[in-house]
Every structure is written in structure tokens, then in C-alpha cells.
Design a protein around this ligand. Structure first.
Ligand SMILES: Nc1nc2c(ncn2[C@@H]2O[C@H](COP(=O)(O)OP(=O)(O)OP(=O)(O)O)[C@@H](O)[C@H]2O)c(=O)[nH]1
Length: 351
């Protein structure tokens, strides 16, 4: 999902939610007789959504903003379900919208997680049906409740799948110009390249292939900045990012500036053996190269940590990035100018 376009979508969806809840609260008593309690809950929900909307409109984008509307909906929906007959409540029909909405606001993996959580809520509502207030449990059979629950769980599964397809469509149709770029190097920003980890991991698992994540750190940049100048350091970072970019396969690999002096390279279809070869070659090429910056010959070295995950097994993006960071940490601790793979780094960290 696009970093820059997500915030307006979050704000407008919370605004829409606020309007929807306010209208239902106002109009529903005109159409059906209902307890005062529902109007009260509706008013509370409208105020909550309104406050969230005002907050989102006024504040700068934050990484957790995408999750805010989802917490809001959970805070609105769960009390309504608890007092309005649980699984037989018509409010439950809103539940299958959540996974696809999560995929749009966050990512498809979180959408799948929300679908699982919602399925647990459905099962809990079936279990607690006899004690829920206003429950239609006494008017319907247990088998009806189970069938209704099954239908909802299927709808949640379908919604999660639509979320996955939507995310894939957006990522595939996004042109390079739309991607958020780091101003110094022109590479993808940290957020944009981390977004790609989940997408590429999902693709490699579907295709039964490997995915390698490689973190490349520039050694002793502080020393170089102090000896020459920060501007020279900037130029060196630019030259290194171009050297890395030249090694990526267009339309396949992804490269971004992960931290100020670290680059994240994502290599789909590359296993441990190939990853080690690529990293070794990169390390030695950079160490042997002399970069001309303002007519000053500069030399530097790189430390590289990588982690290659096979298609088998359940992996998530956080796990892949964590293992890669550990591998890089091991390479730095061993003195820099070297390559460490995740398995090696685990051995180093255990020792
Ligand atoms: N020129 C330049 N320097 C940067 C940039 N971002 C961070 N730095 C510098 O990178 C240095 C990082 O310092 P350290 O964390 O000690 O890392 P290091 O000097 O590379 O040492 P090791 O990581 O141990 O090899 C600091 O001096 C920062 O000022 C940047 O965008 N441009």
C-alpha cells in the first residue's frame, strides 16, 4: 500500500464511519421500535468516531494511524453484539467487511489476522448465545446458530482473500514514480521497502520459492564524515546506493534505505548459497573500489547480514527482518567488512 495515499484514506473512512453511525442512530428509531440502550450506544459511538476523525484530520501521519479505525470499530461493534443477540444480531453482518478494510488500511497479512480474530468472536458468540441479552437463541435452533456461524466464517475467509488480491493488485499496478523515495539516495524509503517484504514473502510462499533479505551497512561512516565532511559522506552514500541499485534485477528485486547508513535488499528466488555469493562479491568489490568524491579518493567497506527463507514453514516479515538484523549485528561485532548469514548469526549469538 502506498505510504502517502494511505492517510487520506484512513481519515475519510473514519469520517464516513462517523456519518454512517450517526445516521443509523437517528433514523433507526423511526423505522423499528428499539430499546433506549441502542440509541445511547449509537450516540457514544458517534462521539467516539467524531473525535477520532477530528484527531486524524489535525495530526501528522503516524504509523499506527492505520490501526486506529479498526480499534474504533471493535470498540463500537463488540458492545452492540453483546447486547443485541450476538450471532443473530444484524450488526454481525458488518463483521466480514473488516478483513478487506484492514488489508486496505494496513496490509493483507493483518487482514488475515483480523479474519481469524473475528472467527473467534463468532465462535464465542455461539457459545455464549444462551446468556446474551435480547438473544434470539430461544427462537432458533442450535443447528441454525451453527449454520449461521459457519456462513459468517466463510464470509470472513472470502473477505481476507479479497484483501490479499486487492493488496496484490495495488502493488502490481503501482508505477515506480508512485513509490515514496529517500531524498538523499533516491531509493525506496524504509516504509516502502518494508511494505514489500510482506508482499514478496507471500509471493515466494505461493510460488514455493526462496526469499533473501540482505542488510548492507556502511562501516566507519562517522570517521569518514569527521575526516572529510558530512557532504562527502553523503556523496559516498549516494555512490554506494547506485552501486547496489546496479546489482538489482529490475522488476524483481527491491532496494531501500533502511536506516541512515543501512540499505535493505530483497531478492526473491535467491537461496542461502546464492545470497552468500552475492554478498561476498559486493563486499569485496566495494572494499577494492576507490570512490572519487570532490576529487578525493575515498575507500570504505561494508558489513552485510542476510537471511534466506525457504517457501516451507510459516514465516512473517517481522521474523525475516529480525533475523537479518541479527545477522548484520553479528557481522559488525566480528569487526565489519564481512558477510554473516542468519544461521551463522544464530550460532554466534548463542555462543
Ligand atoms: N554523511 C552522512 N552521514 C550520516 C548520515 N546518516 C548518518 N550518518 C552518520 O553516520 C554515523 C553513524 O555513526 P556510527 O553509528 O558510530 O557508525 P559508524 O561510524 O559507521 O561505525 P560502525 O557502524 O561501527 O562501522 C554518524 O556519524 C552519522 O552522522 C547521512 O545521511 N549522511
Amino acid at each position: 500500500m502506498k505510504e502517502r495515499s494511505r492517510q487520506p484514506m484512513i481519515v475519510s473512512s473514519v469520517g464516513f464511519l462517523c456519518l454512517f453511525v450517526a445516521l443509523v442512530t437517528l433514523l433507526r428509531p423511526l423505522l423499528v421500535t428499539q430499546e433506549l440502550l441502542f440509541t445511547l450506544l449509537g450516540v457514544i459511538n458517534t462521539v467516539m468516531a467524531g473525535l477520532c476523525y477530528l484527531y486524524l484530520r489535525q495530526s501528522a501521519a503516524r504509523p499506527w494511524h492505520g490501526a486506529l479505525p479498526l480499534y474504533l470499530v471493535a470498540a463500537m461493534l463488540l458492545p452492540l453484539l453483546a447486547v443485541n443477540g450476538g450471532i443473530t444480531s444484524h450488526f454481525i453482518l458488518l463483521l466480514p467487511l473488516l478483513p478487506v478494510w484492514t488489508a486496505l488500511l494496513l496490509n493483507a497479512r493483518k487482514g488475515i489476522l483480523v479474519a481469524l480474530l473475528a472467527a473467534i468472536v463468532v465462535l464465542a458468540l455461539i457459545y455464549f448465545a444462551p446468556i446474551l441479552p435480547y438473544s434470539a437463541h430461544h427462537q432458533v435452533s442450535d443447528s441454525f446458530l451453527l449454520l449461521h456461524g459457519l456462513w459468517l466464517i466463510l464470509a470472513l475467509g472470502l473477505s481476507a482473500r479479497i484483501g490479499v488480491l486487492t493488496e496484490r493488485y495495488v502493488l502490481q499496478t503501482r508505477s515506480d514514480d508512485d513509490e515514496p523515495r529517500d531524498p538523499l539516495t533516491g531509493l525506496l524509503t524504509r516504509r516502502a521497502v518494508v511494505d514489500k517484504v510482506g508482499f514478496l514473502l507471500g509471493e515466494s510462499q505461493e510460488q514455493g520459492d526462496w526469499l533473501t533479505a540482505m542488510l548492507v551497512d556502511v562501516d566507519h561512516l562517522k570517521q569518514l564524515n569527521q575526516r572529510y565532511s558530512h557532504a562527502d559522506g553523503d556523496q559516498l552514500l549516494r555512490a554506494l546506493s547506485q552501486a547496489l541499485l546496479a546489482r538489482t534485477r529490475q522488476g524483481k528485486d527491491a532496494l531501500g534505505r533502511y536506516t541512515s547508513k543501512q540499505f535493505l535488499l530483497l531478492l526473491p528466488g535467491v537461496d542461502q548459497g546464492r545470497a552468500h555469493g552475492i554478498a561476498d562479491k559486493l563486499c569485496s568489490d566495494v572494499a577494492e573500489h576507490t570512490y572519487m568524491v570532490d576529487e578525493i579518493p575515498l575507500q570504505t567497506t561494508l558489513s552485510i547480514g542476510y537471511c534466506s527463507l525457504p517457501a516451507s514453514g510459516l514465516h512473517d516479515p517481522e521474523h525475516l527482518l529480525h533475523e537479518t538484523e541479527l545477522a548484520l549485528k553479528a557481522a559488525k561485532q566480528a569487526g565489519g567488512n564481512q558477510v554473516v548469514g542468519a544461521e551463522q548469526s544464530l550460532m554466534v549469538n548463542r555462543a
